[in-house]
Design a protein around this ligand. Structure first.
Ligand SMILES: [Zn+2]
Length: 112
């Protein structure tokens, strides 16, 4: 069996040349790559990305940035806002919120 080879023009997987290529892949195949990436631990994800680049399936990130470890600034922001509301509104708001979303306990970042 012959190993599949990356295409030399267009998307490395399918050879299409849409306008919105990302890192050498069309949207479909970039999404496919990202989907795989998200199933991995951060260390594995880095190795996976490096291998994709080494084997020619992915272009190196232009900014030379580290592969994203699924960094989500909203996690922290929402916790901050929730903590602030708790302080302002007291136990009543707390109770209302717990009725709505019982699963999560908000992290408190600021003590005062
Ligand atoms: Zn493609």
């Amino acid at each position: 069996m012959e190993q599949p080879k990356p295409k030399t023009t267009g998307c490395k997987v399918c050879g299409n040349e849409p306008d919105d290529m990302r890192r050498g892949l069309c949207q479909k195949h970039y999404r496919r790559y990202m989907a795989k990436l998200k199933t991995l631990e951060p260390a594995e994800a880095e190795a996976f990305e490096a291998k994709c680049i080494a084997d020619g399936w992915l272009e190196e990130s232009r900014q030379g940035q580290k592969s994203t470890k699924d960094f989500d600034p909203f996690d922290d922001l929402v916790a901050e806002v929730q903590a602030e509301f708790e302080e302002q509104l007291g136990p009543k708001a707390e109770a209302a919120k717990q009725a709505k979303a019982p699963a999560k306990t908000p992290r408190k970042r600021k003590a005062n």
